[in-house]
Structures are given as structure tokens and as C-alpha cells.
Ligand binder design. Sequence first.
Ligand code: PEP
Length: 248
Amino acid sequence: MKNLIAGNWKMNGTMSEAITLAQNIVQAIQNEVELLKKNDFLVCPPFHHIVPVQAELSMAVSIGAQDCSPFSNGAYTGDVSAEMVKDVNCSHVILGHSERRQYYVESNLMVRQKAMVAHEQDLTAIICVGETEEQREAGQEQEVVATQMLESLPETATAENTVIAYEPVWAIGTGKTATTDDIAAMHDFIRGKLAEKIDNAASVRLLYGGSVKPANAAEIFAVNNVNGALIGGASLKAEDFIGIAKAS
Ligand code: PEP
């Protein structure tokens, strides 16, 4: 399967910076079209940047949202529904990112509800899981990740509409990356556990996320059961984002 190179732009940048970043990414891919043989590209800007960014993107780069409401529509001030995300031609939505779990106390149940409404809209849900440093030090990482993943996955999940992103919390935005042995162990474990919930689990894309950059991407992509990366900081520079794809 092709690697998915997914950029999570988080809450960064002005409208014009977002547009410039999109233009630079498209230009960089046009300069290296062979990258498309091995990679699919996705960018997830802040909600209100989605439409203008998409106007700059070519078919080569898909667009997604960073979250959606667990509710379908109605009186939920501040929320953006999966239907609205789909309506602006997004193909993916990131759900259960550790920053949402940490700062907005999102539970597995809420992530599951969001994934269900996303699937109803034919969006691919990128469901994020990952342990904290304390949980890893206590040897609980597999138990934590299995619980998050199995409780967050709705019955509607299939290999086509679901991607799992393993993002150890301690590796996000810190410059620390998990060792390739740790990534291999967790991705093999996730693949095995997924079979309990999804038919054809071998076809589900498993992304690694946590301080991925051009310098460490090749060794991460070489790990069995790594099918791409969810990239935060390095996705904000076209050169680094594309540099990561070049390593695959
Ligand atoms: C992320 O937030 O999903 C992420 C992986 O961030 P970073 O690449 O900056 O660690």
C-alpha cells in the first residue's frame, strides 16, 4: 500500500500563510511527481482555512479536518459537523488527537461517536492513539493503546474508512521519537488487535506520529506495519513535509 503523508497544521498560521504553504507543497510535488507513486498526500488545516487552501491544491493532495462534532447538526455552539466537513470536500478527519484528549477531555466514547458521524458522511477517520511517558515507563503502553483503539472504533469502521495513527504523547512536538524497535512492537501489536474489530485489518493504514522529520523519516518508514506518518511541526514547512515523503 502507498504511504499516507498527512500534515496536521493544528492552530497555526494566518490565511495568507496557509495559502502560501499549500502553494509551496503543490509546487514541490510538481517538481518531484515520482513521489506520487509511493505516497498519498493529505493536509489538515484549521477549519476556516480549508476552502481557500483547497483552491490551491491539485488532485495530488487531499484535504481533511482536524476534528468534527460528535453530533449530526443543531444547537451545538462552536461545533463543526461531519456533514459540514464533507460539504467542503474533505476526505478525511483527524479524531481523538492527544491534544483533544488532553485539553478537551475527549473520551474514547466521544471519539467513537465522532467516528460514527464521520463514517456516515463517507469521511475517512484518522483515529489517534498513544500512551503518555508515565504509562510507557510503567509498561502499560500496549494496554493503554488497545483500550483507546478498541473503544474508539465504531462498528462502522472498515479498512477503507479508517486509519489508525499511533502517536506516543511524549513524542508529539517534543523532538523525541520512539525507537524503531518500539514503533515496530506497537505497530505489530495494533495490527493484531485491529483484527478483533475490523475485517481485512491487514489493509488498514497505520501511521506513526511524533516528531517525524526528514532526518528520521527513512528509518521510521522502513519499519514493518508503518504505512505513513501524521506530521505536526514539520508539516508547516513545505520543504520538510515533502522531505519526509522523499524518505519513503
Ligand atoms: C501531531 O500533532 O500529530 C504530531 C505528530 O506533531 P509533531 O510532528 O509536531 O510531533
